[in-house]
Write a protein that binds this ligand. Structure first.
Ligand SMILES: [Mg+2]
Length: 240
């Protein structure tokens, strides 16, 4: 099936395993959505790692190794790692206040998407409470966010992933959302950096990548556009 790309020559659609509705529509008539990761993509640092380093009472990095070596899912990693945290929400937000650096030109990207009528959605395996707090800190609290839902208990933080259908997921939050957006008829631009972005990026019409996602695309000869800051993304999309 040929799926129309965004009219760019920089990054043709990579392979598709999911049937895209309205594939025969011209690119001009298709609505566009950018699905964007948060930690390591919008931010330069991983806020959840900063929090775990400060608050986890236990060896959370052993769990990270298990995740990196694919012995546990990203959902299992976050669930088990944050269960080691006994701190409350105000203490955690205070600890990261001003410590998480936003990648340059993110405001420019948001303004650009708005000017083109593109919908921007953050889908993250990170925790909702700090993502929303960081976005509020930079004046962008109105961006749509789907992330791990967090409950604070004295015995530890409970992290849950709820998919677009309202059901709990162990893994695959990002894939569930991109499949939903494609079913809704969107052309999807994917922006990400990590291992957990590889599976969802395979469904996207355009991919902007850094980090592990970029390394995977290069190794597997999948087309994508590298970026250092969000001005790179805007400049690439401006030629549409
Ligand atoms: Mg990331």
């Amino acid at each position: 099936m040929l799926v129309p790309n965004l009219g760019l020559s920089i990054c043709k659609p990579i392979f598709f395993t999911f049937p895209v509705k309205d594939a025969n529509l011209s690119s001009q008539s298709m609505k566009t959505l950018a699905q964007c990761d948060f930690d390591g993509t919008i931010t330069e640092d991983d806020a959840s790692f900063i929090l775990l380093d400060i608050f986890a009472r236990g060896d959370w990095r052993r769990l990270l190794r298990d995740y990196k070596e694919r012995r546990i899912s990203v959902g299992q990693f976050n669930t088990r790692a944050f269960a080691l945290v006994k701190a409350d929400k105000p203490a955690m937000l205070e600890a990261i206040k001003g410590r998480v650096k936003i990648r340059p030109d993110f405001h420019e990207l948001v303004a650009y998407f708005s000017s083109r009528g593109f919908r921007l959605v953050i889908v993250s395996n990170g925790l909702d409470f700090y993502i929303k707090a960081i976005l509020k800190e930079i004046g962008l609290e109105n961006i749509e966010v789907h992330a791990a839902q967090t409950q604070f208990h004295p015995e530890g933080i409970k992290v849950q992933y709820i998919g677009p259908d309202g059901k709990q997921l162990d893994d695959g939050l990002k894939q569930a959302y991109i499949k939903l957006f494609l079913r809704q008829g969107y052309r999807v631009i994917y922006i990400g950096n990590g291992d957990s972005d590889i599976a969802p990026a395979k469904y996207a019409h355009q991919v902007f990548a850094r980090g592990e996602l970029l390394a995977y695309c290069k190794k597997n000869n999948l087309e994508c556009k590298p970026f250092e800051d969000f001005n790179d993304v805007v400049r690439a999309l401006e030629v549409l």
